[in-house]
Each structure stands twice: as structure tokens, then as C-alpha cells.
Design a protein around this ligand. Structure first.
Ligand code: AVI
Length: 335
């Protein structure tokens, strides 16, 4: 995912539900989507960043992807978290504060919270305000001993962590191999910023998808039910709705390919015909078979990820993998 540079903005603090220690809202930059679509569709090689997949329907489709038989990452990572929760809880130690970057519906962190009764604080960070609020309130009610302070923000942007984090040892939680959706230079920059934010003595639990048989990878991103295709094409419907677009989604098709040289799955939307489309008050021409590149999902080797984490300022402490070597879960210390 591309990083944008922006000065730290002052958060607004809405009425905080009683069960939460804090709710900090950094707000949205409404012009960013428009800017990224104009720039992306105007480029010689059309591309739109994957972070725009996640409107309400896109988030629901992503949850459906996670339950697909072909999409192995979610179930494999959850099984790893369950199997090693006690060991991870011991590494978290007592009265630590867990900071989840881009937390979604908070399903995975519950596995850790259930295994770590000594945890002092939890900071979920997510861009989707209503979803974050509902999930954080429900989690705080289930864990009254944990100080839960939610932050509504793009987690790739600089933010100040709330007091619940400031006075404790901080451990990041970044599951789902979302790190794979960053370009390698952005992954490095994100990990560096996270290491600084978590601070000396802190740590990070991170899920990383692994390089594997190309057929397994291809099937995971070209599922037989067409859910991933609907997820990809939903981006065009979002442009139509939010940016006065004229895309006909049926005039495009989903494609996911394994690029072995760059060690990544690439997702594209391919124009089925020569056509002209309007969005943001501009016109964009498509040749037949021209593509919009919508996502990269990088796959790492354990050694490759270890090197990246060390370059970013972490010391690699522990890796857990499933028996088939599909997915990896790492514990890093801030060096
Ligand atoms: C969120 N992210 C880690 C998913 C992935 O596997 O790269 C997004 C996704 N794209 C298609 N299927 C799932």
C-alpha cells in the first residue's frame, strides 16, 4: 500500500462510550480517494491502491473471502494463534498494551486476549469509524480488566497513541499478512515507524504469508465461487457511487496472476473492450485488454521477512508455522 506523507493532524474526541477508556478520531481525508483515482487512471499503467477495496460491501466481501476453502491464510493464521496463544501471552508479559494496526472486526485479537489475562491495555486502530466503535465496545465489554482505547485513523499515518499505551510496554499486532499488500519499501517504512512508536522494550506479533506452490496461490485469489472477483470489481462500483463514475463492472473482468520474479500475486481488472469511462468529472480511455492494477500481495520466505524486520529495527525472536509451511507468525522485539 502506498504511503502518503502528511503532517500529523489533531484528532477530534467524540463522546466516548463508557466502556472505552478513549476514542480518538483523526477523521478522513475525503479528497484522497479522488486524488488517487485521478492519478491512477491517468497513468500510463493504470493502478488504484488496494486500501480502497474496503467500503462497507468490500469489507463484507473480504470477510467472505476469509471463509473460502481456497483462501488458506485466515484459517491457518487463526490455528497458529490458537496453538501458540499461551506462549505469545508469556512474551507479552504483564500489564503490556497491545496495539493493533488496521484491526477490522477484532476476531483474531480475541484469541490473544482470552489467553492473556494480565494484559493491561488494547489500542485498536482502524479507518472505518462505525465498525471500529462497535467492535471496540463489544470487546471492552467482554474484557473489563483491559483498558481499551480506540483510534480511528489510517494506521500508515503518523498518530499519537493514547495514554493507555503511553504508560505501558507496547506490543504491536499486525495479523493477516496485510504487510504483503505494501510495496517492499513501504513495508520497511511502516515497520520502522511502528518500531519507533512501540519503543524500546516493545514488541510486535505479525502474520506473514509465505511463498508456496503457484497453483495454491492462484486458487486462493481466483476462487471458484467468484467472491474475489466480486471484491475486485466492487472497486468500480465504489468509484461510481462516490466519485460520479460511469464504470460498467460487467465490461471488466477480474484476474489474479502469480508474478514469481517479484514474489507477488497481482490483481487486475481487465477491460473487456475498448471503452471510455467517466469519473471525478474526467474521461479515461481504455484499450481492449488494458488493465487496472488493483493489488499486490507479496509472499515472503521466513528468511526474507526476518531480514526485512531486522533492517527496520526489530530483533527476530520467534517464528511459528503450520505443518505445510503455508503461513508464518512472528514475534519481534524492538531492538
Ligand atoms: C488483506 N490482504 C492481506 C488480503 C491478501 O491476501 O492480500 C487481501 C485480499 N485480496 C484478495 N484476496 C484477499
Amino acid at each position: 500500500m502506498p504511503r502518503e506523507t502528511r503532517d500529523t493532524v489533531s484528532p477530534t474526541v467524540p463522546d466516548i462510550p463508557e466502556v472505552l477508556a478513549d476514542f480518538i478520531d483523526y477523521g478522513h481525508d475525503a479528497d484522497t480517494f479522488q486524488h488517487d483515482v485521478i492519478t491512477g487512471l491517468g497513468a500510463a499503467r493504470k493502478a488504484i491502491p488496494p486500501k480502497y477495496f474496503y467500503d462497507e460491501r468490500g469489507s463484507r466481501l473480504f470477510d467472505a473471502i476469509c471463509a473460502l476453502p481456497e483462501y488458506y491464510p485466515t484459517r491457518t493464521e487463526v490455528a497458529l494463534l490458537r496453538a501458540h496463544a499461551a506462549e505469545i501471552a508469556a512474551l507479552l508479559g504483564s500489564d503490556a498494551c497491545l496495539v493493533e494496526f488496521g484491526c477490522g472486526s477484532l476476531t483474531k485479537v480475541r484469541v490473544l486476549l482470552d489467553a492473556a489475562p494480565d494484559l493491561g491495555g488494547f489500542i485498536p486502530i482502524d479507518i472505518s469509524r462505525e465498525h471500529l466503535l462497535a467492535s471496540a465496545v463489544s470487546l471492552a465489554a467482554d474484557h473489563p480488566g483491559v483498558e481499551v482505547a480506540a483510534v480511528c485513523a489510517d494506521f500508515t499515518q503518523p498518530i499519537t497513541l493514547p495514554p493507555a499505551a503511553a504508560r505501558r510496554r507496547r506490543v504491536g499486532f499486525f495479523p493477516g499478512s496485510t504487510i504483503g499488500n505494501f510495496e517492499p519499501r513501504d513495508a520497511l517504512a511502516f515497520l520502522r515507524t511502528a518500531a519507533r512508536q512501540l519503543g524500546t522494550g516493545g514488541g510486535m506479533v505479525i502474520g506473514v504469508d509465505l511463498v508456496k506452490d503457484a497453483e495454491v496461490l492462484r486458487a486462493a485469489y481466483n476462487d471458484s465461487r467468484g467472491v474475489t472477483a466480486a471484491f475486485n470489481l466492487n472497486l468500480l462500483s465504489r468509484i461510481n457511487r462516490e466519485l460520479s463514475g460511469s464504470f460498467e463492472p460487467r465490461h471488466f473482468r477480474h484476474e489474479a496472476v502469480w508474478n514469481a520474479d517479484d514474489s507477488r500475486i497481482e490483481m487486475h481488472l481487465i477491460s473487456r473492450r475498448a471503452q471510455r469511462v467517466h469519473a471525478c468529472g474526467r474521461s479515461f480511455a481504455f484499450a481492449e485488454a488494458e488493465t487496472i492494477h488493483t493489488e499486490n500481495s507479496y509472499k515472503y520466505t521466513v528468511e526474507g521477512f526476518k531480514a526485512l524486520a531486522e533492517q527496520a529495527g526489530f530483533a527476530h525472536r520467534r517464528v511459528w508455522m503450520d505443518g505445510d509451511g503455508l503461513f508464518s507468525l512472528h514475534y519481534l522485539d524492538v531492538a
